[in-house]
Write a protein that binds this ligand. Structure first.
Ligand code: SF4
Ligand code: SF4
Length: 145
């Protein structure tokens, strides 16, 4: 289940023919408690496969899961992610500021409003999970999906 302080990452995977029919992506859930959404997939038996997935989970589990895929000859290509904030939707509740690891979301001590500094953002996706009004959005930049 998607948890409040967990990473959301998008990765593009390529599979050699002998791996295309194995449940390596499903094993990310079974072995590492990672959840995933398949954004795009092209898997044909006995041919190279491609898949773009969005993964949710603990950052350390994510690293272990990616290592597991690589051990099984799956090539993992991180997709550059970009975070944006809908300024009209944000209600400045401050929930994201407590969890943002880079302080890209912080309270302005003068105005008491929550300010977003995109230059400090690591695109970890945590804020997109906690924002009650879905003002923060994550989207891929380098076009694999
Ligand atoms: S959690 Fe959402 S609504 Fe609250 S301050 Fe952060 S971006 Fe704005
Ligand atoms: S603003 Fe950026 S660094 Fe901060 S929680 Fe959101 S995605 Fe992560």
């Amino acid at each position: 289940m998607e948890s409040e302080s967990k990473y959301k990452k998008i990765v593009y995977l390529t599979f050699p023919p002998d791996v295309s029919n194995k449940p390596v992506v499903c094993n990310l859930t079974r072995l590492y408690d990672l959840c995933f959404n398949i954004l795009k997939a092209q898997i044909t038996p006995r041919q190279d496969g491609q898949m773009t997935i969005e993964i949710f989970g603990d950052p350390q589990a994510f690293e272990h899961g990616m290592a597991y895929l690589k051990e099984h000859n799956v090539k993992v290509h991180p997709i550059t992610q970009k975070i944006s904030r809908d300024e009209q939707t944000c209600i400045h509740c401050g929930m994201c500021t407590a969890l943002c690891p880079t302080k890209a979301l912080a309270v302005d001590t003068t105005t008491r409003l929550v300010v977003f500094h995109p230059d400090k953002c690591s695109a970890c996706g945590i804020c997109t999970n906690v924002c009650p009004v879905k003002a923060m959005d994550v989207f891929p930049e380098n076009g694999h999906n």
